[in-house]
Ligand binder design. Structure first.
Ligand code: RFL
Ligand code: PHB
Length: 404
């Protein structure tokens, strides 16, 4: 057996784990990332597309903003299409100039992986049978790679291993409470190298179900359709997808829609899920390992980033100042923000999707609610300030250092 030791063992090399690694590296805190998949698989996964301004700020603080500055598309508004009519939510006007940035999670992941490679930081990809041990006492992680058994002794374990990860699953049942809502539909998403139908994202509420027109760049589009959970990707030819999308759009968008072959197509189920607490002794959960939101509010990746902002500054304070305050406050601080994002994501999902179980009355009430939101500055502001991201303080590394 190979025995290693480090300060922080990070499980998972998604955006949460990679960002934590980068922030710890900048603070000079030794850590190791352990990931079950190959680096190629991790770098190719297509997921989120929208970064809140606070997430962009955090990536800047982590020093991985070069490509983001060149390729990220700042967006100042979104469109909501309801009853065949488009309504623009002027995000920036309603939030004192805030914006969101269109920049794919794939790019965020690649930028962080490249920074890691350049800094020659230790990562184990294709680690099998990853297990976390003794996190209430003297934590360590074990795994196998290429026939070798490893043991990593550490001060802390960061569980950044996503919804299906091993960290949350290892917590004793009597120490954890979970809250869950599963939605009776999924999102069928496609990526295509065609210009987006519009300069801004369009969230579509229609009788045929929800649709979303998004993008990755001025030449690459990302579109989603609400579909029954029983649907299989194979049942959705490109032609069927484009026809159905057109059917959910308004005449102007139908005219402007440019179609082309899909380069990726998948169905994702929708779920709301929260774990309480998010710290178990010397094990911290962060990102999808601790919570899931339905993608309607574009919050999943951004919540992973805010968890990491809190966790990195807690660990930096611990190692640089010897203070346990941040560590003790971690779970409570994260959960406050998590529940607000859960509420917003649930609300957007509820408002814009069709549910088979809803009555005509329910539909009318939802239409009235949406009409109210879109017709009122107060309603629009509520949507806008949640969409651009509720504020939180990003502690600058230099400030943390100075205070030590
Ligand atoms: P990830 O990205 O799932 O990474 C977890 C990593 O852990 C690894 N792993 C393990 N490693 C070692 N041992 C084990 N036992 C392990 N088990 C798992 C996995 O291989 C993986 O590499 O979690 P992380 O880092 O917390 O990041 C979360 C985000 O990926 C997620 O919240 C977003 O993608 C959600 N999301 C969106 N978020 C946004 O903020 N804005 C959006 O516009 C947005 N759109 C979306 C989305 C998610 C979607 N899908 C596919 C669910 C759109 C979609 C369609
Ligand atoms: C995306 O571009 O993948 C995307 C954008 C906005 C969302 C969800 C997904 O709300």
């Amino acid at each position: 057996m190979e025995i290693l030791s480090t300060k922080v063992a990070i499980i998972g090399s998604g955006p949460a784990g990679l960002l934590l690694g980068q922030l710890l590296y900048k603070a000079g805190i030794e850590h190791i990332i352990i990931e079950q998949r190959s680096s190629e698989y991790v770098a190719a996964r297509i997921r989120a597309g929208i970064l809140e301004q606070v997430s962009v700020d955090l990536l800047r603080e982590a020093g991985v903003d070069q490509h983001l500055n060149e390729m990220g598309l700042p967006h100042h508004g979104i469109e909501i299409l309801s009853n065949g009519e488009k309504h623009r939510i002027d995000l920036s006007a309603l939030t004192q100039g805030k914006e969101v940035t269109v920049y794919g999670q794939t790019e965020v992941t690649k930028d962080l992986m490249q920074a890691r490679e350049e800094a020659e930081l230790l990562s184990f990809y294709e680690a099998n049978d990853v297990k976390v041990h003794e996190f209430y006492n003297a934590p360590y992680v074990t795994f196998h790679k290429n026939g070798v058994e490893y043991r990593v002794n550490c001060d802390f374990i960061a569980g950044c291993d996503g919804y299906h990860g091993v960290c949350r699953a290892t917590v004793p049942q009597d120490k954890i409470k979970t809250f869950e809502k599963v939605y009776p539909f999924g999102w069928l998403g496609i990526l295509a190298d065609v210009p987006p139908v519009s300069d801004e994202l369009i969230y579509v509420q229609s009788e045929r179900g929800f649709a979303l027109c998004s993008m990755r760049s001025n030449t690459r589009s990302r579109y989603y359709l609400q579909v029954p959970l029983t649907d299989k990707v194979e049942e959705w030819s490109d032609e069927r997808f484009w026809d159905e999308l057109k059917n959910r759009l308004d005449p102007e968008s139908q005219k402007n829609l440019i179609i082309g072959p899909s380069i990726e197509k998948s169905i994702a189920p929708l779920r709301s899920f929260v774990t309480e607490p998010m710290r178990f002794g010397k094990l911290f959960l962060a990102g999808d390992a601790a919570h899931i939101v339905p993608p309607t509010g574009a919050k999943g990746l951004n919540l992973a980033a805010s968890d990491i902002a809190y966790l990195s500054s807690a660990l930096i304070e611990y190692y640089l100042k010897g203070s346990e305050q941040g560590i003790d406050d971690y779970s409570e601080k994260c959960l406050k923000r998590v529940w607000k994002a859960e509420r917003f994501s649930w609300w957007m999902t509820h408002l814009l999707h069709r549910f088979e179980t809803e009555s005509d009355f329910d539909i009318k009430i939802k239409q009235a609610e949406l009409a109210y939101v879109l017709g009122s500055e107060a309603g629009q502001t509520t949507l806008a300030e949640n969409y651009v991201g509720l504020p939180y303080e990003i502690k600058k590394f230099d400030d943390l250092k100075q205070a030590s």
